[in-house]
Design a protein around this ligand. Structure first.
Ligand code: UN1
Length: 508
C-alpha cells in the first residue's frame, strides 16, 4: 500500500513542485489522516519575507499599468490550469487538511469559480460620475490598483481563501505575498506551482508578466510579522482565529494599513415550529459535522422551537450515529480527522465544560485510535444545553453541535445574536414573516443570514465575512473587489473660470 507521504509526493510532482522544496527544509508537514510526516518544507526567514515584498512591489509597478482585461487573461489561464489539475490539488487538500474527497474537490471548485468571477470583473472595475455643484465641472471616481496584498490563510480552507484574495487582487492590478498556515504548506507549494504554470502559458501567448506577481513564503510567526508590519503592503487579508486577528489588526492599524479580517464564527441555525424538518436535519448534519466541524461557517448552535426541539434532537441523533468516520479519501466517509491533537484536546475540553455547565453530551469520543494512534478522529458530538452558557459562546473548531430551546422568535434571535462572533446564521421556517424578521434590521446581526439554507457552504458570488469578533471584512463576491483598489475622486474643470466650491470668494 502506498503511504500518505508517497501519495502526497506523487501529487506534488504531477503539479510541478520541485522536490527540494518539500524534502530539504525544516518545517515538518504532517497529514491528519494518519499523522505521518509528509514533508520537510523549506521555511523562509523574516529577511526573505522583506525581500519578497520588495520583489512583489517592483512587480506591482509594472502590473498596475497593464490594462485590467489583460490582467484578467492571466487569471483566466490560472482557472484553466486549476481545471486541469482539479483532482490532484483536491486530493492533496484531503491529505493535508483531512477533508473528504467531495469537499476537497469543492474547495478547488471555489478557486475555479472565483477565477471566472475575477475575469468578468476585469472588465467591470468601474467608478462613478458625480454631479458637480460648479458649472463646467465634472466629478468622477476611479478605482486604481492598490499595491502588494499580504494574504494570511488558515489550514481549513488552505487554498480557496487564498484564491478569493489573489484572483481579485491580480485583476485589480495588485501583486500578492502569501503566508499560508504552517499546518498546510504542501497545498500552498502546489498552488504556487500551478500559478507559475499559468504565468508561463500567459507569457507564451506574448503577454507581459513581471517576476513576483504572486509569491508564497512558508514559515512561522516571524515571517507573518514581517509581512504584517511592512509599510509596502497596503492591505493585509487575514483568515484565522479571533486570537490571530487581535494580534494582526492592531499591528496593521498602527502603520495605517488596511486590514481585511475573516475570523471566528459561532454560527446558529434557528429551527422554527413552522420549519420543514427534513430540510433542517440535512442542513444541520452537513453544517455541524461536515468538514469535521472545521469551517468558520460550521453550524455550532441550533436554536429550536420548543414544539420541535425533542423531535429534532432525536432525528439528529439518528443521523449522527450513522455518520461514517474515517479516511477522508475512502468511499462513503463523511467525517474526516481533526487537524491535530491540539484540536482534539480543545474539543474534549469544550465537551467537559459543556457537561459541567449542565449539558447532555452525546458522542464526541475519540475514534479509530487503534488504527491511527497518531491521528485524531472524533465522533461528532450533539450536546443539548439548558442555556447559552459560556462554552456555547466560544468557538471550538470541532464537530460539536449545541442545541438550545426557544419559545418566541425574538428570544431565538436574541440568543443567535448573543455571542461575540457574527459570521453566518440561518433560519428554517416556511413562514414569510419569520423569514423576513430574521433578515431585517432587527434580525440576525451576522454577515450572512440564510433562509432554509444552512450556515456553511456559501457561494463565491456573495460578499463573505461577518461582524463583531469575526472582524468585519468581506471577501470574494459582490463588490469586495473594491478593497483591493484605491478610490480616487477627480474633479475636472472644463470651463473658462475658476469658481470655488461652497460659494467661497477669494478674488485676487
Ligand atoms: C472558511 O471556513 O474559512 O461558506 C471559509 C463556506 C465556504 C468557505 C468557508 N465557502 O463554508
Amino acid at each position: 500500500m502506498t503511504t500518505i507521504s508517497t501519495q502526497a509526493h506523487d501529487l506534488l510532482a504531477r503539479m510541478g513542485v520541485a522536490k527540494s522544496l518539500y524534502t530539504e527544509g525544516t518545517l515538518t508537514a504532517r497529514s491528519p489522516v494518519d499523522g505521518a510526516v509528509t514533508g520537510k518544507v523549506v521555511e523562509s526567514t523574516a529577511a526573505e519575507m522583506q525581500a519578497a515584498i520588495g520583489k512583489a512591489h517592483a512587480a506591482f509597478l509594472e502590473w498596475r499599468v497593464i490594462p485590467a482585461p489583460k490582467r484578467g487573461e492571466l487569471v483566466r489561464k490560472f482557472g484553466e490550469v486549476l481545471r486541469t489539475h482539479k483532482t490532484d490539488l483536491a486530493a492533496l487538500v484531503s491529505l493535508e487538511a483531512g477533508k473528504i474527497a467531495s469537499e476537497g474537490l469543492g474547495e478547488v471548485q471555489e478557486m475555479i469559480d472565483i477565477c471566472d468571477f475575477a475575469v468578468g470583473l476585469s472588465r467591470q472595475l468601474h467608478g462613478l460620475t458625480i454631479a458637480s455643484e460648479r458649472p463646467g465641472h465634472r466629478m468622477m471616481e476611479q478605482w486604481l490598483p492598490l499595491g502588494v496584498v499580504g494574504i494570511i490563510s488558515a489550514f481549513n480552507f488552505p487554498v480557496a481563501v487564498w484564491a478569493w484574495n489573489s484572483a481579485l487582487a491580480l485583476v485589480a492590478g495588485d501583486t500578492c505575498v502569501w503566508k499560508p498556515s504552517e499546518k498546510t504548506p504542501l497545498t500552498a507549494l502546489a498552488t504556487q506551482a500551478l500559478f507559475e504554470k499559468a504565468v508561463a502559458a500567459y507569457k507564451a501567448d506574448g503577454h507581459v508578466a513581471p517576476e513576483g506577481l504572486s509569491l508564497v513564503l512558508n514559515g512561522g510567526a516571524a515571517v507573518g510579522e514581517a509581512l504584517v508590519t511592512d509599510t509596502r503592503v497596503p492591505l493585509i487579508s487575514a483568515t484565522g482565529s479571533t486570537r490571530m486577528g487581535r494580534i494582526v489588526g492592531p499591528k496593521v492599524a498602527a502603520r495605517f494599513g488596511r486590514c481585511l479580517l475573516e475570523l471566528g464564527g459561532n454560527n446558529a441555525l434557528i429551527v422554527s415550529d413552522k420549519a420543514d424538518l427534513d430540510l433542517a436535519v440535512r442542513a444541520i448534519a452537513f453544517g455541524a459535522w461536515g468538514t469535521a466541524g472545521q469551517r468558520c461557517t460550521t453550524t455550532r448552535r441550533v436554536i429550536a422551537h420548543k414544539a420541535v426541539h425533542d423531535q429534532l434532537v432525536e432525528r439528529l441523533e439518528k443521523v449522527r450515529v450513522q455518520l461514517k468516520i474515517g479516511n477522508p479519501l475512502a468511499d462513503g466517509t463523511l467525517v474526516g480527522p481533526l487537524v491535530d491533537k491540539q484540536a482534539f484536546d480543545a474539543m474534549q475540553a469544550a465537551l467537559a465544560q459543556a457537561k459541567a455547565q449542565g449539558g447532555t453530551v452525546r458522542g464526541g469520543e475519540r475514534a479509530l485510535a487503534a488504527e491511527h494512534p497518531e491521528a485524531f478522529y472524533a465522533a461528532p458530538a450533539l450536546v443539548t444545553m439548558p442555556a447559552q452558557t459560556e462554552v456555547v459562546c466560544h468557538e471550538t473548531f470541532a464537530p460539536i453541535l449545541y442545541v438550545l430551546k426557544y419559545e418566541k422568535l425574538d428570544e431565538a434571535i436574541a440568543l443567535q445574536n448573543g455571542v461575540p462572533q457574527g459570521l453566518s446564521s440561518a433560519i428554517f421556517t416556511t413562514d414569510i414573516r419569520e423569514a423576513e424578521a430574521f433578515m431585517s434590521a432587527a434580525g440576525s446581526d451576522c454577515g450572512i443570514a440564510n433562509v432554509n439554507i444552512g450556515t456553511s457552504g456559501a457561494e463565491i458570488g456573495g460578499a463573505f465575512g461577518g461582524e463583531k469578533e469575526t472582524g468585519g471584512g468581506r471577501e470574494s463576491g459582490s463588490d469586495a473587489w473594491r478593497q483591493y483598489m484605491r478610490r480616487v475622486t477627480n474633479t475636472v474643470n472644463y470651463s473658462n473660470s475658476l469658481p470655488l466650491a461652497q460659494g467661497v470668494k477669494f478674488d485676487v
